[in-house]
Design a protein around this ligand. Sequence first.
Ligand code: ADE
Length: 281
Amino acid sequence: MEWVRGDLLGHGSFGTVNLGIPKSQSLQFPPLMAVKTCGSSHSALLDHEKSILQQLQDCPQIIECFGGDFSFENGEKLYNLFLEYAMGGSLADKLKNSGHRSLPESEVRRHTESILKGLQCIHENGFVHCDLKLQNVLLCQNDVAKIADFGLAKKSGEKIVGFELRGTPMYMPPETVVAGEQEAAADVWALGCLVAEMVAGTPPWRCSAEGNVCGLLLRIGFGEEVPEIPGKLSEEGKDFLGKCFVKDPRKRWTAEMLLNHPFVVDHGDDHDHYNTRVVAL
Ligand code: ADE
């Protein structure tokens, strides 16, 4: 397929993401795509991501992948991965555009259900995402949230070499910090952090010493507390987060169990306990 590189959309766990516009219409490719590109030093990671995405393509809550190719630009060989274009940007963009206020609870519930369905599919297929965060949840057509960026994903049970921690410290569960354990339950803890961030407007563990990653990891791994549960959340929401923030990964709820929690089962539009706007008629 011949295509043209468009505007920069963002950066992934490695490589950049641009708009990709096919030169001619075909049934195989949509008119707009997102193209993740890297140089040869990261090409194995791009292959790894493509292989995992291709095994998860039956799931509507995972970003679609249309294959890969390579190109030569300014004398450099570049490796490209063609992905579904998420016109709504990421949940991180959405929160930023709201001025880091919270998203309405009904919206949080809807996105949480989509992300849980995506996670369930990832875990059923024997993978762990390892880097679930607002930047990696993209809003596609009809505002459907889909999980993206599988650059750090791994096979479940795969040992992490040399105690290498994957992901974002702020979203790490105790077992990852203490024992380097990163299995499906770690994605559920990260989901809880992401939901708390959508509600509070700012990341969890906010009161930790700014920039002190070691101090934060000590608190997560060895302290008694769990991430702060936003007070303005409904009781169902607080209970849901309580199930995500169980310190023992074996007692933490799974994505499948959480899909039956009332926080996601009963999401109508009557759950906006905050952000209520009075509209002058
Ligand atoms: N940024 C990163 N990946 C993207 C995608 N698939 N669509 C839109 N923006 C993105």
